[in-house]
Write a protein that binds this ligand. Structure first.
Ligand code: ATR
Length: 276
């Protein structure tokens, strides 16, 4: 008798994670056997827990804060994207070995592909606000799509400069806030800072130096329309909210664990929006 595959989200805390809702929706709509639960694992136990995930009855899972580096250490094999980031958010077994990927990169890229088709056709200059975990994945994604110049503006400028050291001279650290010259001629502006989260402390940048074709996106998705996105839309710029990044990053894991590639549909979006 084969048992239905079980996957989970591993983090600390995990009670606010929307991953169970996303994967539960796909299991139900695709009519597949399986389940997706939550595992709140303390930091000192995370690496061992992930290393022996099968021992807890799981075929794989997602890993969230603060365990993405522990997951990177715990897996036996890693994708090139996981190697580039030093962080793993999706694990699964193949031929008995535990693999790790970082799907934040494809989540970010697929969200822009869907929300602003053609955004990367002539991508030369991008400005990224913030230099934390989300920023690293986004910078890696922009390099994959051929961005020639990526300015990373961060309150702690040393963290932005670390990204430059990590990814090479196409990435340049900038002090906070970005200057009008930094924004001038940028094809893309991305917020990865927590400014605007929960509707508080919205960014108040002067967006007038951005060209008319610029796309503005925000990794913050609570609220969906941040102050930054409202300001950009008021200037007539194309905007993409951050919810799609969360939905698209979930796709590869589901396919590994449950054997079918799920779709990010308007119904799924509505379900998660109702929960925000
Ligand atoms: P994540 O994994 O979501 O990127 P993080 O690693 O904690 O989270 O990074 C949060 C980012 O938001 C950082 O770039 C942080 O700037 P510092 O590196 O200087 O801490 C940025 N940030 C947080 N609060 C901010 C504020 N009030 N103004 C500007 N940047 C802020």
């Amino acid at each position: 008798m084969t048992t239905a595959p079980r996957a989970c989200i591993i983090g600390h805390p995990v009670k606010h994670s929307r991953s169970p809702l996303i994967h539960g929706f796909w299991l139900e709509t695709l009519g597949l056997p399986g389940s997706y639960g939550r595992e709140d694992v303390a930091p000192d136990a995370a690496e061992a827990f992930i290393r022996d995930l099968a021992g807890s009855g799981y075929v794989g899972g997602n890993v969230t804060m603060p365990h993405k580096e522990a997951a990177f250490r715990a897996v036996a094999r890693r994708t090139a994207r996981a190697e580039a980031l030093g962080a793993v958010n999706t694990v699964w077994y193949r031929d008995g070995e535990l693999w790790g990927d970082n799907t934040d990169i494809v989540g970010f890229l697929a969200n822009l592909d869907e929300g602003a088709p053609g955004w990367d056709a002539k991508l030369k200059k991008a400005v990224v606000l913030g230099a934390g975990g989300a920023s690293v994945a986004i910078v890696a994604g922009l390099i994959e799509r051929g961005a020639e110049r990526i300015l990373v503006a961060n309150r702690t400028v040393e963290r932005a400069e670390e990204l430059s050291a990590r990814f090479g001279s196409a990435v340049q650290g900038r002090p906070w806030p970005p200057s009008p010259d930094d924004l001038a001629g940028a094809d893309l502006l991305v917020n990865t800072t927590s400014r605007g989260m929960g509707g508080k402390d919205d960014l108040d940048l002067d967006l007038s130096p951005l060209p008319a074709h610029a796309v503005v996106t925000d990794a913050v998705y609570v609220p969906l329309r941040t102050g930054l996105l409202r300001d950009a839309a008021a200037r007539g710029l194309r905007t993409v909210d951050g919810l799609g990044m969360l939905l698209h990053q979930a796709v590869p894991g589901f396919e590994h664990w449950f054997g079918r590639r799920p779709a990010v549909t308007p119904d799924l979006r509505r379900l998660i929006e109702a929960d925000l």
